[in-house]
Write a protein that binds this ligand. Structure first.
Ligand SMILES: NC(=O)c1ccc[n+]([C@@H]2O[C@H](COP(=O)([O-])OP(=O)(O)OC[C@H]3O[C@@H](n4cnc5c(N)ncnc54)[C@H](O)[C@@H]3O)[C@@H](O)[C@H]2O)c1
Ligand SMILES: [Zn+2]
Ligand SMILES: [Zn+2]
Length: 343
């Protein structure tokens, strides 16, 4: 039988993104499902692939690791899902054998594979995915909210690693997409949250988004503000959602005694830090890569209304207009909190 044809968007090289007609997938493994993709979020890392700046991606590649859709077909062994169920796809898969997997950190797996990076992802009409990468979500949740589940899991992981909890003070550097979502998750976990940025518009949004304090680092001294806000204690948790040399370097000074620091960026530029504050304050610097075991709690929090869209998705494009979406992201990044493509 001849396969049906479907639409996909594939990156062939730097800024060479093409809409292509390809064969629809068919099920060969009984543990696989086929998802009819409905919405895909565009991430900063997709834009890095598009611009030739993502060393992890192998080209040509169908991007997309933030996506949701409906069950279209299930393999013989799949009894948990029915055709038409709304699902969120977990983009990572891991070996289960290496030290990270055995230590309960499969997100740091030696053989980690990410849909949209190492394998073709969600920027296509239908995608075949193993059952274990599928999570059900209530069909009442709009696609434009459900699609935030994956970026919310990044915040879920960062706040889990840094033990964000009731009554703790959290400083988030960077009120971009990840910073805003981390703010929401930290609030749901009961923390007090201060957030910084260089752009007034981002801070304005953060205020609507529940921030207890905002700092414009172009006009204010961040260290002084954190000190005043915490009565000199400094922040129990510092999440660097900028990833610059300067922001990472500053985390050690901004953290309280027994503080935890999460650098989310992956810059390879050297940073100068000293040992003394790490020793003296007994700081913990926590890596946080993608997420592990965060989809279930994040989806529950979305379903019960604790986490929502909150105006995050402020740009929507029909899938066929994907080029316009990337043009907006590159030419007017200030206008794009989260861009979503819809089928
Ligand atoms: N570890 C992971 O799993 C993971 C996942 C996703 C993203 N990331 C990383 O997280 C970081 C944030 O991603 P994003 O998508 O939110 O990016 P973004 O570009 O949307 O946000 C970055 C924000 O930082 C602000 N900023 C710049 N300089 C600043 C400074 N000195 N102080 C305070 N704010 C400043 C910018 O104005 C912007 O609002 C990036 O480094 C990204 O690579 C990591
Ligand atoms: Zn992403
Ligand atoms: Zn592994």
């Amino acid at each position: 039988m001849e396969a049906s044809i479907m639409l996909a968007a594939r990156v062939y090289g730097k800024q060479d993104l093409r809409l292509v007609d390809i064969d629809e997938p068919s099920i060969s493994n009984p543990n696989d499902v086929i998802v009819h993709v409905k919405a895909i979020g565009i991430c900063g890392s997709d834009n890095a692939i598009y611009n030739g700046n993502n060393p992890f991606a192998e080209l040509p590649r169908i991007m997309g690791h933030e996506f949701v859709g409906m069950i279209h077909e299930v393999g013989q062994n799949v009894s948990e899902f029915n055709i038409g169920d709304h699902v969120v796809v977990e983009p990572i898969s891991y070996c289960g054998k290496c030290y990270a997997c055995r230590a309960g950190m499969p997100n740091a797996c030696e053989n980690l594979k990410v849909l949209g990076v190492h394998k073709d992802g969600g920027m296509q009409q239908f995608i075949k995915v193993p059952l274990k990468q599928i999570h059900k979500i209530n069909s009442k949740i709009p696609w434009t909210t459900a699609v935030l589940a994956e970026p919310y899991t990044i915040a879920g992981n960062a706040t889990m690693r840094s033990q964000v909890g009731l009554g703790k003070t959290v400083l988030i550097q960077g009120a971009g997409t990840i910073g805003q979502l981390a703010l929401r998750v930290a609030k749901v976990k009961g923390a007090r949250v201060m957030i910084s940025d260089v752009a007034a518009s981002k801070l304005e949004f953060a205020q609507k988004n529940g921030a207890d304090a905002v700092v414009d680092v172009t006009t204010e001294d961040l260290k002084q503000r954190v000190s005043d806000w915490t009565n000199g204690e400094m922040a129990n948790i510092v999440i660097d959602a900028v990833g610059s040399v300067q922001t990472f370097q500053s985390c050690l000074d901004l953290a309280s005694v027994a503080g935890r620091i999460v650098p989310l960026g992956f810059s390879t530029q050297p940073v100068t830090i000293t040992q003394k504050p790490i020793m003296q304050k007994q700081l913990t610097i926590c890596g946080s890569r993608h997420q592990a075991y965060q989809f279930e709690p994040i989806i529950k929090a979305i379903e019960n209304g604790q986490l929502d869209n909150h105006g995050m998705v402020n740009q929507q494009f029909a899938f066929k207009d994907i080029q316009a979406a990337f043009d907006l992201m590159n030419n007017h990044p200030e206008q794009a909190r989260k861009i979503v493509l819809l089928f």
